[in-house]
Design a protein around this ligand. Structure first.
Ligand code: ASP
Length: 273
């Protein structure tokens, strides 16, 4: 077993530069014929974003298993060692492929997993899809197929090459609709982008209420942004379900992913443009 440290940070501070370095090292190891799979330890706070980024960029035919700990190593009963052992079991599974997350005995797909609890050991949930499987006494029990991987090769070379050639992801911000929301934040973003003071704004992901409904003032500002060429993607702030196209919906782009994953998906799509 080889061990390598790519970064050491509180995952709340995760960003593109670390993702880019991580994707490069993951791709490097996946290409090695003697490597069956990878296990990555990661803080829980942005774990789902890193998992989604790696799956979107690499779509590996070998397993890349992210795991974590909710308790510190100094706790009376830490959870990290068991999670790590379970993650290794998943990485060694005969048919394993794609990026998955292992925590508290459950295996989650990168596309579905979300951190849903601030404190509990089983802090992750896969929403309507449910977990991919579980690990019991070191044995993996699957509930559904492994995530989609490319038919050939260990990684998707085309998106990965664009990531490695970029200094930053196109700027996509995330906003939430709520009671008393207005359009001021969107107006400020447009003004700042026009001033050239920041990286140009390319996209906005908006977490709407319920089935993607928006406060009318926010919606008006978003339509203005869209008219100026900013890609605006509608998601929901509900932790379960996906936005279904509905009567009266004025923004055309809808995503079934969570808002944070939609931000990554839109930024990667803009990178490909
Ligand atoms: N702050 C930690 C993080 O990096 C929390 C954790 O590991 O659970 O996400």
């Amino acid at each position: 077993m080889d061990v390598e440290q790519v970064a050491q940070l509180d995952s709340k501070d995760m960003g593109f530069s670390v993702w880019k370095a991580l994707a490069a090292r993951v791709a490097f190891h996946l290409e090695r014929p003697d490597v069956k799979g990878l296990v990555i330890t990661h803080g829980t706070d942005t774990l789902e974003e890193t998992a989604f980024f790696l799956q979107s960029v690499l779509k590996p035919t070998k397993p890349v298993v992210l795991t974590c700990a909710m308790r510190p190593a100094t706790a009376l009963v830490p959870d990290g060692p068991q999670n790590l052992s379970d993650a290794v079991a998943v990485a060694r599974h005969t048919d394993a492929q794609g990026v998955v997350v292992v925590c508290a005995g459950q295996v989650h797909c990168a596309d579905d997993v979300t951190k849903v609890h601030t404190y509990r050991l089983d802090a992750f949930d896969s929403g309507d899809a449910g977990p991919l499987g579980c690990v019991e006494e070191g044995a993996v029990r699957l509930f559904r197929p492994w995530p989609l991987a490319l038919a050939a090769g260990y990684v998707d070379a085309s998106i990965h090459a664009r990531v490695q050639a970029s200094l930053a992801l196109p700027r996509v911000v995330m906003l939430t609709s709520h009671a008393d929301m207005d359009g001021l934040m969107v107006e400020a973003l447009l003004a700042q982008s026009d001033s050239g003071a920041a990286q140009p704004l390319r996209g906005i992901v908006v977490a709407g209420t319920g089935n993607g409904t928006l406060h009318k003032d926010l919606e008006a500002a978003l339509l203005k942004a869209q008219a100026q060429g900013i890609r605006v993607v509608l998601t929901s702030r509900c932790i379960r379900g996906r936005v279904l196209t509905h009567l009266g919906q004025r923004l055309s782009e809808v995503s079934g992913l969570s808002p944070v994953k939609s931000r990554i998906a839109l930024a990667l799509a803009l990178l490909a443009d």
